[in-house]
Design a protein around this ligand. Structure first.
Ligand SMILES: Cc1cc2nc3c(=O)[nH]c(=O)nc-3n(C[C@H](O)[C@H](O)[C@H](O)COP(=O)(O)OP(=O)(O)OC[C@H]3O[C@@H](n4cnc5c(N)ncnc54)[C@H](O)[C@@H]3O)c2cc1C
Ligand SMILES: *[C@@H]1O[C@H](CO)[C@@H](O)[C@H](O)[C@H]1NC(C)=O
Ligand SMILES: *[C@@H]1O[C@H](CO)[C@@H](O)[C@H](O)[C@H]1NC(C)=O
Ligand SMILES: *[C@@H]1O[C@H](CO)[C@@H](O)[C@H](O)[C@H]1NC(C)=O
Ligand SMILES: *[C@@H]1O[C@H](CO)[C@@H](O)[C@H](O)[C@H]1NC(C)=O
Length: 589
């Protein structure tokens, strides 16, 4: 009990200093560049540090084109020399190993210096950007010219080429909808060609003229070629007016649909263990309404490195002592802090003073203040920066048809009602984020209007360490992807999320492959890693494979018998196979 109290105190003091630091502008350490080379070649790193893992992610060479012609020449060089290629960005924020090349003679093409051109056509209401342009640069340029981009992911540390490649989205069932690829009206793609064409060529695709190719290329995981330019539809600048309603989760299953329809940019954050739903009432307002609000989402703010380390240390301590109550207290404190600070909304760009917060689309749609640096005084960084032993978590992102989502929600409520404390580990992060996206013509997108669910949970420092109540997270994961047939977000998820994805995409998957064979017949842009994800390939099972989400357990050894975790059936979804802690059966091995 003493230990538990002192942890709580510790956490309060963290929060206090956190609060203090965020009022005073501080200095941030920007993330490390994701490609690092030495004499033996280059390695691609993920921004979260989730890979390279045991199997590394190596290439012989990296090139940094700055113009379309240099980009074309880089692809030509690789095609002529029969090299495998992966496109990498300045950010590398995708969780699955899509950007990992096969074979040590592979070549990396980085778009991190291919970011100088952003062209706005005011009459046609379009913007065309080099694929390496960051989301923030793009938005600022468009807003500066008096326009807005209708949607984007909530996190701004991504490139325009990278974000459409994985099907990234915000939340909206209105207009063109919440997925950025549904705002794409043109793409230039660099693909291999024959020698008389100079080994590579630029294919220019336009909406209305090349719809079939565009439907393949819009969401293409980097396996069709290198996207050179992305053309998006834009609209006259607008503002948004938003309010968070922290309330009970009673009848969430009946409210969500109306909520999605009623609020153009609505979403819902559900904290199941706290029986709390946070409804985001978020609608557009005319640009001349007063308000200079900013959405500086708490989770994407800079954290003093000491605090990230402290929070991680606390979470680890709660894990190793299997302290559910401590996790619930942390979840309570975190939720109270979010309510108090409006989740990072700032009415005047500085402080949260009350609802509604009204601001420009470009300041409300996405954020990422932890990305930026100035002169160093106090070291701060993004909370998950792998250099500082900060947060480390898994992320499950499942996309449901509207009809199935309600049943999923009711299943999770049943699971929660058995013992709500078991879900506190999710609520420490961001609970279950519920967003709305429209049906899309993109072959690897959603064929009908859908609901997207995101949740994060603790990841141990090494992949063979089980986590507290991991059976609950695994049961939810299998409820989503197996029982309710949800599709995975291509840019998130553990490997189990992709099993069977090919079947879920139906005939559109074959249409995608047809285009792939046509544009890249030698599979120059594929690797064993991207194939694993695209085709949802289940690798061989090994001891402990279920812990990391690389398999669904079918035998105890796929969990961690020596640590008391055995392969058991789900509590609500009894066909699920999950790793559950059963201390009476701990074996001495
Ligand atoms: C903190 C955080 C919050 C997030 N929030 C959201 C969210 O709200 N909504 C959402 O949908 N997603 C979200 N994501 C996921 C993120 O939007 C995607 O992972 C996105 O694809 C990352 O873009 P990137 O520029 O880092 O691309 P990378 O991760 O570097 O690359 C992604 C893939 O695209 C390929 N690629 C990149 N550029 C090109 C190009 N020019 N041509 C061809 N292929 C290319 C790469 O080879 C790779 O396969 C979030 C991620 C993080 C880290
Ligand atoms: C790396 O790629 C470039 C083409 O962009 C090429 O000119 C160079 O020779 C390559 N270097 C190695 C070591 O392969
Ligand atoms: C190269 O491709 C072009 C266009 O597809 C085609 O017309 C030409 O015949 C091809 N040349 C060779 C040598 O294959
Ligand atoms: C918050 O949401 C609940 C449940 O939908 C509703 O009853 C209540 O009126 C809302 N409060 C505000 C201030 O909108
Ligand atoms: C905003 O502009 C519209 C038309 O452009 C006008 O009718 C309205 O009165 C203006 N509102 C404010 C608050 O200035």
């Amino acid at each position: 009990m003493m230990r538990y109290c002192s942890h709580t105190l510790l956490y309060f003091s963290f929060l206090l200093s956190f609060f203090f630091f965020t009022i005073w502008t501080v200095q941030s350490v920007p993330p490390q560049p994701p490609v690092r080379c030495d004499q033996t070649g280059c390695t691609v790193f993920n921004a979260y540090g989730t890979w390279p893992d045991r199997k590394t992610c190596h290439a012989a060479n990296v090139t940094y084109p700055t113009t379309e012609d240099e980009l074309r020449k880089a692809v030509a060089y690789a095609a002529e020399h029969h090299l495998k290629v992966k496109t990498v960005t300045r950010f590398s924020h995708t969780i699955p190993k899509l950007a990992c090349p096969s074979g040590s003679d592979a070549m990396l093409i980085s778009t991190s210096k291919y970011n100088s051109v952003i062209e706005i056509e005011p009459d046609r209401l379009t913007v065309t950007a080099d694929s390496g342009v960051s989301l923030r640069e793009l938005i600022d340029k468009v807003e500066g010219a008096g326009f807005s981009i209708g949607t984007s992911p909530y996190w701004e540390g991504v490139s325009i080429g990278g974000l459409i490649s994985t099907g990234s989205h915000g939340s909206s069932w209105s207009g063109r909808g919440g997925s950025v690829h549904d705002h794409v009206v043109g793409i230039s793609l660099v693909v291999p060609a024959n020698s008389s064409e100079g080994f590579a060529k630029v294919v220019k695709l336009e909406e209305g003229r090349d719809d079939k190719l565009l439907d393949a290329v819009k969401v293409s995981l980097g396996v069709l070629g290198v996207i050179s330019k992305v053309k998006l539809s834009i609209e006259k600048a607008f503002k948004r007016s938003m309010t968070y309603n922290f309330t009970s989760d009673v009848a969430l299953e009946d409210i969500f649909m109306e909520h999605g329809k009623q609020f153009e940019f609505g979403d819902i954050t559900w904290y199941p263990s706290r029986k709390t739903a946070v409804y985001r009432y978020d609608i557009r307002s005319p640009v001349n309404v007063s308000g200079n609000g900013v959405n500086d989402f708490t989770g994407f703010q800079s954290n003093p490195i000491l605090i990230s380390k402290g929070v991680r240390a606390l979470e680890k301590a709660l894990e190793s002592s299997k302290n559910e109550k401590g996790k619930c207290t942390t979840a309570d404190t975190t939720l109270a802090y979010k309510k108090l600070t409006g989740n990072g909304l700032k009415n005047n760009g500085l402080l949260f003073t009350g609802y509604p917060v009204i601001g420009r689309q470009g300041k409300i749609q996405c954020s990422g203040s932890c990305l930026y640096s100035s002169s160093i005084r106090i070291d701060v960084a993004c909370a998950w920066d792998p250099r500082y032993n900060g947060l480390s978590f898994y992320e499950t992102t499942a996309i449901f048809t509207v009809a199935r989502f309600r049943d999923f929600l009711l299943d999770v409520k049943k699971l929660r009602d058995l013992e709500p404390e078991r879900l506190c580990g999710i609520d420490i992060y961001n609970g279950i984020l519920i967003r709305f996206i429209k049906g899309s013509s993109a072959y690897l997108g959603q064929t009908e209007d859908s609901v997207v669910v995101d949740f994060n949970y603790y990841r141990a420092d090494d992949e063979l360490t089980p986590r507290l109540n991991e059976d609950v997270m695994e049961e939810m994961e299998q409820m989503a992807f197996v029982k309710h047939g949800a599709k995975p977000h291509w840019g998130k998820n553990r490997k189990v999320g992709f099993f069977g994805v090919k079947q879920k995409c139906g005939p559109n998957f074959d249409k995608f492959l047809e285009v792939k064979n046509k544009l890249d017949p030698t599979k120059m842009f594929s690797s064993e890693w991207s194939d694993e994800i695209l085709f949802g390939i289940e690798g061989p099972k090994y001891d402990g494979c279920a812990l990391e989400g690389n398999c669904v357990c079918s035998e105890d050894r796929h969990c961690s018998p020596s640590k008391g975790y055995f392969c058991r059936q789900g509590l609500v979804y009894t066909q699920a196979r999950v790793c559950r802690y059963s201390p009476a059966q701990v074996q001495v091995t």
